[in-house]
Design a protein around this ligand. Structure first.
Ligand code: ARG
Length: 589
């Protein structure tokens, strides 16, 4: 369905043409003077030179042609040649009604369903999720939902860090703690136990301890590297251990992502790319893409136009070991072979931008991807504490995601109980969690992904201002009115939207017509913040309407029904909006 701006621009374009001017001049934008009008057209200014006429004369001609047009309440030519446009209430109403008949509420769907892989989350096995992983999960999940909604087939892949030195560190750390395990007995011939020889909490202890030790103890580090190599070369006992580490870790990761409303279609990892590496290296060598440099195998990726140095992409180290690069390139090769996606989107810390520039260039140069394959890097900034430094616990340690969520859950639980003493603990807990997730996610997503932001718990959990809880509060307010209306015998579904009868109602209706614009713009630029900005404006517009209108107390039944319909539509749009951001609303709060 055409967007409002397209429809109006066409009408105004017709009027330009009818007056003898180029119809392209009729392009209409949203007014930057909402106190004067809703839409504006500056085409007469642009046409003045071409037609050797004063802009206001052109604008006058066009306004005369639009006089009496039912699409508009008013089209005014004002000095020095602007067209100020106010659409008719009926136009706004009928647009909304049409929009609601569409499956995706006015979003233009692509003719086919392009496939994209989105690589986000990126947690490392054996390490607990910490706040550093929050942004990738939150932004990635939202982009996934937005792109799905706008007609793409999206495959979300968590791309676990499950193959590097950390695995060798855990194995070596475990060996030190429990040397008698069968995995460390070279003569052991039996089958390996099904049960993991550690719990998730033990695992979370082993990794940091081993990592610390490897920095102080050369011998330990060498042993960890040896263990990593053995694992990667397929040494059976370590493979068996590795499966345990993976299973225990993934189960815990799933639990935590679940709490955040984040889910993945694929639980692949760096290890899955391992088998594809030898073949890819051979291919890069035989095609002459890769060459040796100081013993290492590299692909040059610098370009003449570079203003800063882009180092070559290293494929193999001088000892023949593969790197993070190698894994990512081999993963690209596998993804192209298995899925043939239109593009791959990476949601990763922006400090990895140079790295991804190298990887993308290398993938193009070595033709791992097609010339038309899109490779997108969505680099996100750091989540900082109030001091402007990376977010830490009060004690100064790395904050575990689980603890952060629990802390906010608790805070919200107290708030919900205080505001609604009659609510059961169970409902309060569920509601508190919904509100907490909205606070965390909206606090993050309302910023442009690439910007650093300050994680301010008090601000994010406030029921007022540009926050997730404010949006939910608005929705709960609507739900409560609709419920009362039904309790009094009304039927929300049958309520019919009428033409606006106040400025506040009209503003709200015009905002509703902009839903698809905001979603499409978020999809195009991979920027969920556009949806935050939209639903915030919409919530504000709703609240202004609500404060200035008697809804349930309205005695004119026709009007009352129309208000109820407007509330239901606003709720539906807000519900869709927050779903695209990755959270949901409670019934009351
Ligand atoms: N595990 C990596 C890290 O913690 C992030 C993975 C990002 N995705 C990728 N395909 N490289 O830094």
């Amino acid at each position: 369905m055409d967007k409002v701006l397209e429809i109006i621009s066409k009408e105004v374009g017709d009027a330009f043409e009818k007056a003898g001017y180029d119809r392209e001049l009729g392009r209409v934008t949203i007014s930057n003077r909402p106190d004067l009008c809703e839409y504006q057209c500056n085409g007469a200014m642009a046409g003045a030179k071409k037609y050797g006429k004063a802009p206001f004369m052109i604008a006058d001609d066009v306004a005369a042609n639009l006089a009496g047009n039912e699409m508009f309440e008013k089209v005014e030519s004002v000095k020095t040649g602007f067209l100020n446009i106010i659409v008719s209430g009926d136009f706004a109403r009928s647009y909304i009604v049409k929009m609601l008949h569409e499956k995706h509420m006015g979003v233009t769907m692509p003719g086919h369903e392009p496939t994209y892989i989105i690589d986000y989350g990126g947690p490392n096995v054996a390490k607990p999720l910490h706040v550093g992983h929050l942004r990738s999960a939150v932004i990635g999940e939202s982009i996934k939902r937005i792109l799905r909604y706008t007609g793409n087939k999206i495959i979300g892949d968590v791309h676990l860090g499950d193959w590097g030195l950390q695995m060798g560190l855990v194995i070596t750390g475990l060996k030190e703690r429990k040397p008698d395990l069968c995995y460390f007995d070279p003569d052991y011939k039996g089958a390996y136990p099904k049960e993991a020889p550690f719990t998730v909490s033990e695992l979370e202890e082993i990794y940091p301890a081993a990592s610390k030790k490897s920095k102080e103890d050369e011998e330990f580090k060498a042993a960890a590297m040896e263990a990593t190599k053995l694992l990667q070369d397929g040494y059976k006992p370590y493979r068996a251990l590795w499966h345990h580490i993976l299973n225990v870790s993934v189960e815990d990761l799933k639990k935590n992502y679940n709490k955040l409303g984040v889910s993945f279609d694929l639980w692949k990892g760096e290890s899955d790319a391992h088998v594809a590496i030898p073949d890819m290296v051979e291919y890069m060598k035989s095609k002459g893409y890769a060459h040796e440099s100081q013993g290492a195998l590299v692909v040059d990726v610098a370009e003449e136009t570079d203003t800063k140095e882009i180092p070559p992409c290293m494929i193999l180290k001088s000892d023949g070991a593969s790197l993070y690069n190698t894994t990512d390139l081999a993963t690209i090769r596998q993804r192209m072979d298995e899925v043939h996606p239109q593009g791959i989107i990476y949601v990763v810390d922006k400090r990895q931008e140079l790295y991804f520039t190298q990887v993308f260039r290398c993938a193009r140069k070595t033709k791992l991807v097609m010339p038309e394959t899109e490779l997108h890097f969505v680099g996100f900034g750091t989540m900082n504490g109030a001091d402007g430094k990376p977010f830490k616990t009060r004690e100064g340690g790395v904050m575990r995601l689980e603890n952060l969520i629990a802390e906010i859950d608790e805070k919200m639980f107290a708030r919900i109980k205080e505001g609604n003493p009659e609510i059961s603990d169970e409902e309060a807990k569920d509601t508190a969690h919904k509100v907490a997730v909205s606070a965390i996610k909206y606090g993050d997503l309302s910023n442009q992904p690439s910007k650093d932001y300050i994680f301010d718990i008090d601000k994010f959990t406030s029921f007022e201002g540009d926050t997730g809880p404010y949006i939910l509060y608005t929705m709960v307010r609507i739900k409560s009115i609709l419920k009362k209306f039904e309790e009094a015998g009304g039927n929300v579904k049958d309520a019919k939207l009428g033409n606006p009868d106040s400025d506040a109602m009209k503003s709200l209706m015009l905002l509703l017509t902009r839903f698809a614009d905001s979603v499409e713009s978020a999809a195009k630029d991979l920027s969920p913040n556009r949806i935050c900005a939209y639903i915030y404006d919409l919530s504000n517009a709703f609240n202004s309407f609500y404060h200035g209108t008697r809804i349930l107390a309205e005695t004119d039944e026709y009007k009352k029904e129309s208000y109820i319909a407007l509330l239901a539509i606003t709720l539906k749009i807000l519900e869709t909006g927050i779903d695209l951001l990755g959270f949901s609303a409670p019934e009351r709060m």
